[in-house]
Design a protein around this ligand. Structure first.
Ligand code: PLP
Length: 385
């Protein structure tokens, strides 16, 4: 019987270098499945050079808020974000978390606004909605019938529906075709947090492009993080010019100095590189291989579906123990433990990157098979808020 592990045994571990398809802790190299740098570009020479060049020209800090300091780099990144989404305007925040806080607080000034949000939305969205003091209701995860009922009930209000593009804890995509169909029947604005789905559908696009039947115009506001596929740190919002002008007036935007020039330059270089090369192919192959092998071995991946690089594994015994025994075998995954999720929904989260090699994916599958017999977990799982 393993000793009870504490929070600090599991989290806040010290890494001795960057984390990609491998990680190093206490001098030992691990197969790593915890990085959301899906295209494995964090250490790409062109991206590092762009960051270094930005420091040479602009220094290490933005020094003053974006309100007064509009460097060409910021404008370039904003233009690239608009090009990916085919939207008119964008703005950069210090994190994906504050992007949601700023954008949602800005929309709360819209007359008679009412939020309907998916129950599994990220904590930043839930906190932002609660802090507005506006009316709101959550709908069950991806439950379009419940959403339709709530839309019907609240048609006297200005409704904003908020979802994630790719749900970060479970790895399933928003049912965008159904929401787009509802949008033809009911009036509402659609806000999608694309922290994990941005440029994941192919190297240059957002979640709307995953679904053939959905037009890019069905989403009104997109928020996201620069810290996942865009290998930097920071957040962004993309929308109409009028909406972005409104969002730029949020306290989170005005009263905060922006991210560093090197962080902006890294994302600019990343988007430039992604638009010029097909790194999507290798990522897609790794995702398909892992999904196939897991299925072949009856490993239940929960709600993770289609081209999602986020996978979940539900242990039939202690999640912390399974995490530790994988670690002992040189495999690093992310445990999602109580109180972040309800006790009965504790799980391991596996993030697949373009740089993973087949033997690493096999090693993870083989270790999981040898350590536990996964139980069936096809019922919808709901995170506690
Ligand atoms: C869906 C979602 N939204 C927002 C965020 C916050 O982004 P950031 O880490 O840039 O603050 C995250 C971070 O994990 C996320 O998964």
């Amino acid at each position: 019987m393993m000793k009870q592990m504490s929070f600090s045994d599991i989290y806040f571990k010290e890494h001795e270098r960057y984390i990609s398809e491998t990680a190093v802790m206490n001098g030992k190299e691990y197969h790593s499945f915890i990085s959301a740098d899906y295209y494995s570009l964090n250490t790409h020479p062109a991206i590092k050079q762009a960051a270094i060049d930005a420091i040479q020209t602009y220094g290490t800090s933005l020094s003053v808020g974006q309100f007064s300091d509009r460097s060409p780099l910021i404008k370039q990144l904003e233009a690239q974000l608009c090009a990916v989404t085919n939207m008119a305007a964008s703005c950069i925040f210090t994190s994906g978390y504050t992007a949601n806080l700023g954008a949602i607080s800005a929309t709360s000034k819209i007359d008679n606004v009412f939020y309907l949000y998916d129950k599994l939305c990220h904590a930043s969205i839930v906190s932002a909605i609660k802090s507005t003091n506006c009316g709101s209701e959550a709908f069950a995860h991806n439950d379009m019938e419940e959403l339709a009922t709530k839309l019907g009930t609240h048609q006297d209000k200005t409704i904003i529906v908020i979802t994630e593009g790719l749900y970060s804890a479970d790895g399933d995509f928003v049912d965008l075709p159904s929401i787009a169909a509802l949008k033809e029947r009911y009036k509402f604005l659609l806000y999608v947090d694309e922290a994990h789905s941005f440029v994941i559908s192919n190297t240059q696009k957002n979640v709307a492009h995953i679904f053939d039947e959905v037009t890019a115009g069905s989403i009104d506001i997109i928020s996201g993080s620069l810290s996942k596929a865009l290998c930097s740190t920071g957040g962004f919002v993309v929308a109409s010019t009028k909406m972005i002008d409104r969002i730029r007036m949020s306290r989170e935007y005005i009263f905060s100095t922006g991210i560093t020039p090197s962080n902006i330059a890294a994302s600019v270089a990343c988007l430039t590189l992604l638009s010029a090369t097909d790194r999507h192919q290798k990522l897609a192959e790794n995702i398909a291989y892992f999904r196939h092998k897991a299925k072949q071995n009856n490993i239940d991946l929960g709600m993770s579906n289609t081209i999602s690089p986020i996978f979940t594994i539900f242990p039939n015994a202690s999640c912390a123990e399974l995490y530790q025994s994988l670690l002992d075998e040189g495999i690093l995954v992310q445990p999602l433990l109580y109180p972040a999720v309800p006790k009965e929904h504790e799980r391991l989260r596996v993030l697949i990157n373009a740089a993973h090699e087949t033997h690493q994916l096999d090693a993870l599958i083989n270790s999981v098979i040898s350590k536990h017999h996964p139980h069936d977990n096809t019922e919808a799982l709901e995170l506690s808020e």
